[in-house]
Design a protein around this ligand. Structure first.
Ligand code: FAD
Length: 502
């Protein structure tokens, strides 16, 4: 086998996202999955606002919107039919800086189908039935042994990324510990079922002494996702009859009939974090480095953002960017996972205690306020820093005119390149130097002003970012603010960009 730049192990949502991102950067990769076919099942069915923003950037947001719905209200029933609470998860309207303000529900298998479609559009493909079985690192590359239908083969790659789920082979082969706890007393059946007798306009939740039951309609399908705490001594896999008896008992009525079961699993509480996300040329992303409770709907979202953080860094390293770029992956992403594990565990405990779905939402769970301010890549060099600091998510802004057409900031930033946003007239010399150094395919340069590429006539962009004066901002490829400066020093900006792009 010819050496490749990157071997991606696992074609779940995280491996697919990484493959799409590498494909649009022109990096060479193989994407393998030991399963014979794509995963079927709705398990990670909630996308958080930050994930939606990045899906917009990746070019899949219209497809996502077409196959799901904004997470509907949740109706909590008392046994016997009385409705006690109707609650809308984080009911927030869109604002100019946050076009996707709240959680969105779409079955995970549909999200994966959309990512596969985007990957095919970008020219990538998935090799099913090919599993990683051994891994050895040299100074120059990684030597990987793959099992295929026709026997074993060897693949050399510059980098390997384990997106191979909670039982990650890559993590095991690297000897990275996965510390944490498993609690066998906290178990859930999760199943996709066809039902009669239940309306599809809200999620439904029942609390009772026997345990919790949640039935959530999956938009654009005829299925509900059923989550039910598992009674003591019940078998590991649910049957239709068992789910029917749980539903009858916990709803206190025989109105809801289970007609069919499309997919099911038994989940147990497992809270673990990998000690490292990187060992030499090997990386871990997604469930391979963090597993936790589904309460709070964080897993797929956090994994998606791991991949979005890593893809451009690997592409930069392949072009010769300094080592600090790859080191920043673990430094930026692992603390977020550590926080997320604590937060989802607290929600999980609340959920089991109240035998229902907790509906309080911390802003950080939407992933809009998570930031990389402490990262080596965050350079806040302004005399008077703005509202949005180096390391923060770049918010959207409306009311712009871009090359003569109405636009939002996310339109201007969309795509795999970093973007230089130069405010005011004083940056001509520095921008000319940057244009000479970096080809257009690697760097977008946007001048903002009355005669610039972008006209911020109503000042909404400047106000949204809290800009004082006329700074130059470098927006990273994953749409976080990297460098913010008001010194017209081309060499400083060029050195920073070189550390990102290579
Ligand atoms: C009940 C439940 C509800 C959930 N709800 C949510 C939610 O609402 N929101 C949310 O964000 N998350 C949720 N999650 C979590 C979410 O499903 C996971 O975080 C997500 O699937 C992780 O994606 P991944 O790509 O990292 O791993 P996976 O989806 O596990 O994919 C790993 C892939 O690697 C392959 N693989 C494994 N070993 C090898 C090998 N040796 N060689 C090659 N391939 C290999 C596997 O076949 C698989 O295709 C939920 C999970 C559960 C169980």
């Amino acid at each position: 086998m010819k050496p490749v730049d990157v071997l991606i192990v696992g074609a779940g949502p995280v491996g697919l996202t990484l493959a799409c991102d590498l494909a649009r950067r022109g990096a060479g990769f193989r994407l393998i999955d030991s399963a014979l076919r794509p995963f079927e099942g709705s398990r990670g069915k909630t996308l958080q606002p930050r994930t939606l923003e990045l899906m917009d950037d990746l070019g899949v947001i219209d497809w996502i919107m077409a196959r799901g719905e904004w997470t509907p209200a949740i109706r909590t029933h008392q046994q016997g039919g009385e409705i006690t609470i109707e609650h809308l998860f984080g009911a927030r309207p869109p604002t100019p800086d946050t076009p996707y303000p709240r959680a969105f529900t779409i079955a995970q298998n549909l999200t994966e189908e959309i990512l596969r479609r985007r990957l095919a559009e970008l020219g990538g493909r998935i090799e099913y039935g090919v599993g990683l079985v051994a891994l050895e690192q040299t100074a120059e590359d990684v030597v990987l042994t793959l099992s295929t239908a026709t026997g074993e083969e060897t693949q050399r790659a510059s980098y390997v990324v384990g997106c191979d789920g909670g039982r990650s082979t890559v993590r095991g082969l690297l000897g990275v510990s996965f510390d944490g706890d498993t609690d066998e007393t906290r178990r859930l059946y999760v199943a996709d079922v066809r039902l009669s007798g239940l309306d599809r306009t809200t999620w439904h939740s029942w609390r009772g002494p026997a345990g919790m039951l949640n039935l959530a309609p999956l938009a654009t399908t005829d299925l509900f996702q059923c989550q039910a705490s598992i009674p003591p001594q019940a078998p590991d896999q649910p049957t239709i009859e068992l789910l029917q008896s749980i539903i009858d008992e916990r709803t206190g009525s025989d109105n809801i009939r289970v007609l069919d079961m499309a997919w099911s699993t038994a989940w147990r509480l497992n809270v673990r974090l990998a000690a490292h996300y990187r060992v030499g040329r090997a990386f871990l992303a997604g469930d391979a480095c963090h597993v936790h409770s589904p309460a709070g709907a964080q897993g797929l979202n956090t994994g998606f953002q791991d991949a979005y953080n890593l893809g451009w860094k690997i592409a930069g390293a392949l072009r010769g960017a300094p080592a600090a770029l790859l080191d920043s992956y673990e430094a930026e992403r692992r603390p977020i996972a550590a926080w997320m594990l604590g937060m989802t565990s607290a929600l999980e405990a609340q959920s089991f205690d109240m035998k229902g779905l907790p509906t309080d939402r911390d802003e950080r769970m939407l992933h809009l306020t998570l930031n990389y301010r402490d990262s080596v890549l965050a350079r806040e060099e302004r005399a008077a820093a703005g509202r949005v600091l180096a390391g923060d998510r770049i918010p959207d802004a409306t009311g712009l005119v871009w090359n003569g057409k109405p636009a939002r900031l996310f339109d201007v930033l969309r795509g795999p390149r970093p973007t230089v946003l130069a405010f005011g007239e004083g940056w001509g010399g520095a921008l000319a130097a940057l244009r000479a150094r970096f080809p257009e395919a690697q760097l977008a340069i946007v001048q903002i002003g009355p005669r610039g590429d972008v006209v911020d006539a109503e000042g909404r962009l400047a106000a949204g970012l809290g800009i004082a004066g006329a700074p130059l901002l470098v927006v990273r490829p994953d749409k976080y603010l990297g460098l913010a400066t008001d010194r017209a020093d081309a060499a400083e900006v060029e050195a920073y960009l070189q550390s990102l792009i290579g």
